[in-house]
Design a protein around this ligand. Structure first.
Ligand code: URA
Length: 214
């Protein structure tokens, strides 16, 4: 927690206008987090490290099987998620659940679902680099504790902030990347599929690939 306090202090300095050297960013290894998911959740639920804490209703930590082989990573909570404190429960979430059930032939309770940021960005805007960097240690610790074999990045934001790549999702979807010995498969975000039903064909292929790897 010492390092977390340091990060919080630096963040406060920054928002109050103090300039510190450019290269500062939270490194994965900088922050000591508890090794138990429940402890991590408690800390995360009290987090005030970034401005999203001011406008959130609930922290959306993530949910599912703590021993899941498959973990989904979304962008950040939307309105329904903010209201309920649960990930992917709105329209996009219903589509994700349907894909999990019908294509993967799994239950939501078999997998783990989390997001890059745990608090809703106002008006569902994309989380800023600062918000993502500040929140990322929670996700990295979730990944470490749950230790899934496969990480599915739902949409560009999840892929970009996890693997620090700005490749378009249309170029990377359906390919297998690697993060700390785990397979990372980016695919379209279910919200994108709701807006662009013709992309469901490609998405279906990605989920068949995921199924084949399980
Ligand atoms: N979109 C996301 O990226 N995450 C959620 O939890 C809900 C919608």
């Amino acid at each position: 927690m010492k390092n977390l306090a340091k990060l919080k202090y630096l963040y406060k300095l920054k928002v109050s206008g103090v300039e510190y050297f450019e290269g500062f960013e939270s490194k994965d290894t900088d922050i000591k987090m508890p090794n138990e998911l429940e402890e991590l959740e408690k800390i995360c639920k009290n987090c005030t490290l970034c401005d999203l804490a001011k406008t959130r209703t609930n922290v959306v930590f993530g949910e599912g099987n703590p021993n899941a082989k498959l973990m989904f990573i979304g962008e950040g909570p939307g309105e329904m998620e903010d209201k309920t404190g649960r990930p992917f429960v709105g329209r996009a979430g219903k589509l994700l659940t349907k894909i999990i059930n019908t294509v993967l032939e799994l239950q939501r309770s078999d997998v783990y679902i989390a997001n890059i940021v745990k608090c809703r960005p106002p008006n569902n805007r994309v989380p800023t680099i600062e918000e993502a960097q500040t929140c990322k240690p929670y996700l990295l610790k979730q990944i470490e504790i749950i230790n899934p074999q496969i990480l599915v990045c739902l949409g560009k934001t999840a892929f970009m902030y996890l693997l620090e790549s700005d490749m378009p999702i249309s170029k990377v979807r359906g390919q297998i990347f690697e993060y700390k010995g785990k397979k990372v498969i980016p695919t379209y975000h279910p919200s994108f599929l709701l807006r662009n039903p013709s992309a469901k064909k490609e998405s279906y292929k990605d989920f068949l690939l995921i199924k084949s790897l399980l």
